[in-house]
Design a protein around this ligand. Structure first.
Ligand SMILES: [Zn+2]
Length: 70
């Protein structure tokens, strides 16, 4: 299983279940157990996809496109 969670900087990350810590690209080391888990998936492909979907929501790609039409 893979766990999907978020760093304090807002980035979405995934970690294999059982892994204690995960380092975010912002430099912060996160304790997986102390994070709120958004989703659990079975494969790394699903985990990577779920992170991508979360990033799209966080950065609001659709909103950005609409704003650029103004
Ligand atoms: Zn971060």
């Amino acid at each position: 299983m893979y766990l999907i969670f978020r760093c304090d900087c807002g980035r979405a990350l995934y970690a294999k279940e059982g892994v204690a810590t995960r380092k975010c690209v912002c430099g912060k080391t996160l304790k997986v157990k102390s994070r709120r888990i958004f989703k659990k998936v079975t494969t790394r492909e699903d985990a990577s996809l779920a992170v991508q979907e979360m990033q799209d929501k966080i950065y609001g790609n659709t909103d950005f496109q609409l704003a650029s039409d103004l």
